[in-house]
Design a protein around this ligand. Structure first.
Ligand code: SF4
Length: 164
């Protein structure tokens, strides 16, 4: 099946596309963490690079052995492979604050996590209730759920004093 995605790494927004197969359709992949695979050159805005060795690090052991076109730079092709084999996202949210000038503190992830794990991460964030004061950039959950990303604050919250 032809898959087309827009690269969001930079404002150029190259249109990347390739044939992507699923198990039971064409060329099933064995041993991959993610059953999808890339079967054709990535196309879009004209990059003449050729990949002639196995793609590694994407959780999918497929080989792309034809000229890669489309991505305006190497990052586009890497982005396409990541999106097909192991799509990840970051998220922002907020946590409850006790004793602060505001009742909530905004938080974000330091690194993207697999899309399928976003609801689990949200559950962890919702469990949190932190005490003011808080500095922006404070790590509230280190390596949340072992996904290699920290939950950090993005706002400084002062503590309410008795005089206030
Ligand atoms: S492929 Fe390269 S040039 Fe094109 S949008 Fe992605 S990062 Fe930018």
């Amino acid at each position: 099946m032809r898959k087309t995605i827009t690269c969001i790494i930079c404002p150029n927004g190259c249109l990347l596309s390739a044939d992507v197969s699923e198990p039971g359709t064409d060329a099933p992949v064995t041993g991959a963490e993610n059953p999808r695979s890339i079967d054709s050159p990535v196309t879009g805005t004209g990059c003449p690079r050729v990949i002639d060795s196995p793609v590694t690090g994407a959780g999918c052991p497929r080989v792309i052995d034809s000229p890669v076109t489309g991505a305006g730079c190497p990052r586009g092709e890497a982005y396409f492979i990541q999106e097909i084999t192991d799509p990840r996202r970051t998220l922002t949210s907020s946590v409850l604050v006790k004793g602060g000038e505001l009742p909530l503190c905004s938080v974000r992830l330091t690194d993207p996590v697999p899309i399928a794990r976003i609801p689990d991460v949200m559950k962890e964030i919702r469990k949190m209730k932190v005490e003011a004061p808080l500095e922006s950039g404070t790590v509230l959950i280190r390596d949340v759920l072992g996904l290699g990303s920290d939950v950090i604050t993005t706002k400084t919250i002062r503590r309410i004093t008795a005089a206030q």
